[in-house]
Design a protein around this ligand. Sequence first.
Ligand SMILES: *[C@@H]1O[C@H](CO)[C@@H](O)[C@H](O)[C@H]1NC(C)=O
Ligand SMILES: *[C@@H]1O[C@H](CO)[C@@H](O)[C@H](O)[C@H]1NC(C)=O
Ligand SMILES: *[C@@H]1O[C@H](CO)[C@@H](O)[C@H](O)[C@H]1NC(C)=O
Ligand SMILES: *[C@@H]1O[C@H](CO)[C@@H](O)[C@H](O)[C@H]1NC(C)=O
Ligand SMILES: *[C@@H]1O[C@H](CO)[C@@H](O)[C@H](O)[C@H]1NC(C)=O
Ligand SMILES: *[C@@H]1O[C@H](CO)[C@@H](O)[C@H](O)[C@H]1NC(C)=O
Ligand SMILES: *[C@@H]1O[C@H](CO)[C@@H](O)[C@H](O)[C@H]1NC(C)=O
Length: 262
Amino acid sequence: MTPRRRLALPALLLWCLCALPAPARSQSAATPAPASNEGFNCTANATYPCQAYALYRAGFGGVPLELAAIGDLFAASRFMVAHANNLSTSAVLAARQPLLVPLQCGCPSRSPNAYAPMQYQINAGDTYWIVSTTKLQNLTQYQAVERVNPTLVPTNLDIGQIVTFPIFCQCPTAADNATALVTYVMQPGDTYASIATAFAVDAQSLVSLNGPEQGTRNLSSPEILVPLRRQVPEWLPPIVRVNNISTTPASPPPSNTPAPPS
Ligand SMILES: *[C@@H]1O[C@H](CO)[C@@H](O)[C@H](O)[C@H]1NC(C)=O
Ligand SMILES: *[C@@H]1O[C@H](CO)[C@@H](O)[C@H](O)[C@H]1NC(C)=O
Ligand SMILES: *[C@@H]1O[C@H](CO)[C@@H](O)[C@H](O)[C@H]1NC(C)=O
Ligand SMILES: *[C@@H]1O[C@H](CO)[C@@H](O)[C@H](O)[C@H]1NC(C)=O
Ligand SMILES: *[C@@H]1O[C@H](CO)[C@@H](O)[C@H](O)[C@H]1NC(C)=O
Ligand SMILES: *[C@@H]1O[C@H](CO)[C@@H](O)[C@H](O)[C@H]1NC(C)=O
Ligand SMILES: *[C@@H]1O[C@H](CO)[C@@H](O)[C@H](O)[C@H]1NC(C)=O
């Protein structure tokens, strides 16, 4: 028996998002690089690792409607998820509420694809496909899971076994003019125009990053990249900001309200 070597992220690595000033001259457009079923390719023009985000909808696939449960899935603390969304750590989440989940995106072990490695413990009934399409909301695909776990046999997983799920992500190039990139999974009915509106970016930037729009019905890789133009959480994209829910579990009872000084 050989001890399994796990991909461990440095827990206390603080990210310095050194703002890259956009080059004043010859801002060449980025080459579109859509995801395949193994994710987004690592590119020489981007700097790895970087801070990235995934758009994740709360209360889906049996994941409890709690910041901590979502954080556990993405190796982020409750605090990190709350902070990224300008929520209090005790915030009550709404079902399907869109959240930005912070990711540490890189190209580990010279991987050809960029990803954030998540350690997941196999439960009864789990397969790579089921976990990818339910709990992880298609932020990864089973082909990529197979690639990053070359020593595991996908058809012979043991309950309790730890599997690395590579969450698709990408680091921006200077031409992307973005502080970070969000991995967004196209939903039925989504268009570049509707997604661009939801993130307050222009639809052309989605074409530049992901190539021409395809119908969602027949899209084998529904993951796209959306640029963020400002730092989170000082600036939140509208899709996150419009969350119309209370950020505190309950208002304090009236008896606790101190009497105004007279
Ligand atoms: C990388 O940058 C160079 C120079 O700006 C550009 O010509 C090239 O298209 C870029 N490649 C990608 C994949 O964006
Ligand atoms: C990603 O890399 C693979 C392998 O090198 C290549 O076949 C594919 O065309 C690349 N995809 C993009 C979008 O550049
Ligand atoms: C993920 O993709 C699968 C296959 O296309 C689809 O059946 C499933 O509904 C998707 N899951 C989510 C959460 O979008
Ligand atoms: C980069 O984004 C900022 C903020 O949206 C915008 O003001 C600026 O014009 C953009 N620069 C380029 C070169 O696209
Ligand atoms: C996807 O599109 C291709 C070509 O347009 C078509 O042959 C194929 O049946 C479609 N697949 C699905 C699942 O709709
Ligand atoms: C964060 O939320 C507080 C209220 O909880 C609000 O006052 C503040 O403006 C928000 N900040 C941003 C950047 O949205
Ligand atoms: C947001 O919540 C407030 C108070 O609960 C409600 O009055 C308002 O109509 C809601 N807005 C939307 C867009 O749902």
